[in-house]
Design a protein around this ligand. Structure first.
Ligand code: IPE
Length: 269
């Protein structure tokens, strides 16, 4: 039986963050190539991707992460319900680019859009993982951050890919490691990056260090790395390796997935 790896391609890596619905096709192609390398080395892959400019901008404008907001008009033409539909459509579009990059390399991949099978948000979201678990070896199952149904007054919310990876890594059998591929950084930095100044990369990170003092808040502010680290520790605690690497360098994602020594941050229990 082949081992598995769960990989998250960050939205900031695969899209142009500041330009609405723009994909980084060259990056997608290089990531797909590295995924192919994993399969060729007898490693099965579960792929989760983020949203970047296909999700965050509109979700923020219509406050979709907060759920249903009554009696509120938004700057823009749409209702929240229409915005939910549009973000889901945009995510399907982004997902089609991801799938295209995979199929171009003859990788067999199947997408499971979260709004069709998951509900509620956070790492304890609801949703049956049987299809992921029973996927035949060599078939890449793909899912992504999405707008999902929520119980109670919220009615809907944003289920992040960073939450999806927790359950996928912990609940699927034979998962060896979880790899976060990110854009713009080599891993977790000791302090938020300052333009023009050298960045100190943390090669390893222990839980007690990550959330000490002001570091954690500062990391949160620098674009969601705090969430990845937090979710990553939930996975490390279950005996699964977790690595955060840049997705913009030749082979680093593949090397991390295959357990080779690579520049990045390794989380330690
Ligand atoms: C966010 O998913 C989903 C939407 C905004 C619809 P992620 O949290 O996984 O996305 P990135 O990686 O931060 O872009």
């Amino acid at each position: 039986m082949r081992d598995r790896v769960v990989v998250k391609w960050g939205g900031g890596l695969i899209t142009e963050k500041s330009t609405m619905t723009t994909v980084r096709a060259d990056i997608l192609d290089r990531l797909a190539e590295q995924l192919e390398t994993c399969l060729a080395h007898d490693l099965d892959v579960v792929l989760v991707h983020g949203a970047g400019s296909f999700g965050h901008l509109k979700a923020k404008q219509y406050r979709l992460a907060e759920g249903r907001i009554n009696h509120q008009t938004f700057e823009g033409e749409m209702s929240q319900d229409e915005a939910v539909e549009e973000v889901r459509q945009d995510m399907l579009t982004l997902n089609s680019y991801v799938m295209e990059a995979l199929t171009k390399r003859d990788i067999s991949a199947v997408t499971l859009p979260p709004h069709q099978w998951a509900s509620n948000t956070g790492p304890d979201f609801t949703g049956d993982l049987t299809v992921f678990r029973d996927a035949p070896s060599g078939i890449v199952l793909v899912t992504y951050g999405d707008v999902v149904k929520c119980d109670g007054e919220a009615e809907f919310g944003i289920l992040s890919g960073d939450d999806l990876v927790v359950r996928l890594a912990v609940e699927l059998p034979r998962v060896k490691r979880l790899v976060f591929a990110m854009g713009g950084v080599d891993g977790v930095l000791a302090a938020p990056p300052v333009p023009g100044e050298a960045q100190e990369l943390l090669h390893t990170l222990r839980k007690d260090r990550a959330f000490e003092g002001s570091h954690a808040t500062e990391m949160d502010v620098t674009g969601g790395i705090g969430l990845k680290v937090d979710r990553g520790f939930q996975v490390v605690e279950r005996g699964i390796e977790v690595m955060l690497v840049s997705g913009e360098h030749e082979q680093r994602v593949a090397d991390a997935c295959l357990g080779r020594t690579v520049l990045g941050t390794s989380l330690l229990a």
